[in-house]
Design a protein around this ligand. Structure first.
Ligand code: ZN
Ligand code: MN
Length: 437
């Protein structure tokens, strides 16, 4: 029997706006003294009124457009109720039935929705005066948070990994978040089940396992692989799998049960009465679309076509927008002094030259290095002459029509020049000396 993994993703991306989602507090909370960026709104005090951060909405629309989502011209915020110490109002302002963005795609993956919500406070489990306590830091409470939900369109851990890295890259290209996993600016959750049979799977399994609290791409990939194995083996033994939340144990490389869900949670969603619905004009959406950067996917295609670079180089260069821009500025300057895009790409990727260096200075340095690197015309001619004298039999073979021998003579000349021969010049200079013989 063959089994097919069915995987969907939920990605939370914390925005890097100056202020929080519904108040004027600074949204910075990393390495900030606890509870210093707070006010009645983000502390959930009675009577405090929220107002929406326009920039955070614009950022969400940007991400939606990057993943070809439909942007809602009429949208609203909703209250999502649950009780937990990190949630001062006992509800989170989120979006329910009218998210800002829906129905996007990336390659073969469908994006169900991208909505905007507020982050929760941060709990710190520690010991004070010998007692175990949980402290709450509200600096993170109310920071704009984007949630992206995909359809269960992944069938292996590798394509999940590829997709998530692309999301991180796009987010960074847009400059809307640092998307750093270690800082929790990008948080991943996956739901996974295994269906008997092969693709296309028409009926989804009746259970799904949620993988939570995984803080790196590498661990998510490992957790998914472990989970596919665990579920497949259980099904092969004829066991029934249950709906539950599991975490990943880095030491054993296995997933462990954290919580068994008895029933679907009831968040009692209802429209946020303190915020008016959001109307987004078509012209505003088009203006945002118009100002989008060129994304990694488009850049990859263009770099291959325009500069004939190999995939390895392209991946390194497009990994960051600043790197790609630096490279292209270098190409423009390099043109004037005869440095090819490939040569510049190679220098950037392999020599790991500092990008802190001004582009013009970098190209000048490269140009000077190429000049000193190659032997002079005279030195080259002399070396060729010596090689031809020392290899009379090769010269004779050439005279008898064995032209491939030139390759051997190039190698000998390079040896003579200690590798400093200009590879573009050598064949032509050797052939012309041979013809004079
Ligand atoms: Zn506040
Ligand atoms: Mn959420």
């Amino acid at each position: 029997m063959k089994y097919t993994p069915i995987i969907g993703l939920e990605v939370h991306i914390e925005q890097n706006t100056n202020s929080k989602m519904f108040c004027g507090c600074s949204a910075e909370h990393f390495l900030v003294k606890a509870n210093t960026h707070v006010c009645p709104v983000c502390l959930g005090l009675p009577g405090a009124l929220p107002y929406a951060n326009e920039k955070a909405i614009e950022n969400t629309i940007k991400l939606g457009l990057a993943f070809t989502c439909r942007i809602a011209e009429f949208s609203k915020f909703d209250r999502k109720h649950y009780f937990y110490p990190d949630l001062p109002k006992s509800y989170q302002i989120s979006q329910y039935d009218l998210p800002f963005c829906a129905e996007g795609t990336f390659n073969s993956i469908r994006i169900r929705r991208i909505h905007l919500e507020e982050d929760t406070a941060k709990l710190q489990h520690t010991t004070v005066d010998g007692k175990k306590v949980s402290l709450v830091d509200f600096n993170r409470s109310g920071v704009p948070l984007i949630e992206m939900v995909t359809e269960p369109d992944f069938h292996d851990a590798e394509s999940v990994d590829v997709f998530l890295k692309e999301v991180q890259m796009v987010v960074r290209y847009l400059g809307i978040s640092t998307a750093d996993m270690e800082k929790g600016s990008m948080r991943l959750e996956a739901n996974i089940s295994v269906a008997p049979g092969e693709l296309p799977i028409t009926e989804l399994p009746s259970y799904k396992v949620e993988l939570k609290n995984i803080n790196s791409f590498r661990f998510l990939k490992k957790a998914l692989e472990a989970e596919i194995k665990r579920q497949t083996e259980a099904l092969e033994r004829g066991e029934r799998l249950i709906q539950e939340t599991r975490g990943f144990d880095e030491k054993t490389g296995k997933t462990i049960s954290q919580r068994v869900k008895e029933e679907a949670s009831d968040y009692r969603y209802f429209p946020e009465p303190d915020l008016p619905p959001i109307v987004i004009e078509k012209t505003d959406i088009e203006a945002i679309r118009h100002n989008m950067p060129e994304f990694p996917a488009a850049k990859r295609a263009r770099f291959a076509e325009e500069y004939q670079l190999n995939n390895e180089f392209i991946e390194v260069l497009v990994s960051e927008k600043s790197k790609a821009d630096y490279f292209e500025e270098g190409v423009e300057l390099g043109k004037k002094v005869g440095l090819s895009p490939k040569f510049i790409a190679n220098a950037l990727v392999n020599l790991k030259l500092s990008e802190n260096m001004d582009v013009a200075a970098f190209i000048k340095k490269l140009y000077e290095e190429t000049k000193v690197a190659y032997a002079t015309h005279e030195e080259t001619e002399r070396a060729i002459h010596a090689v031809l004298v020392a290899n009379e039999d090769a010269v004779a073979k050439y005279k008898n029509g064995k032209v491939e021998i030139v390759g051997f003579l190039i190698g000998q000349t390079q040896k003579e020049l200690k590798g400093k021969g200009d590879p573009k010049l050598l064949p032509q200079l050797i052939t012309s000396q041979l013809q004079k013989k």
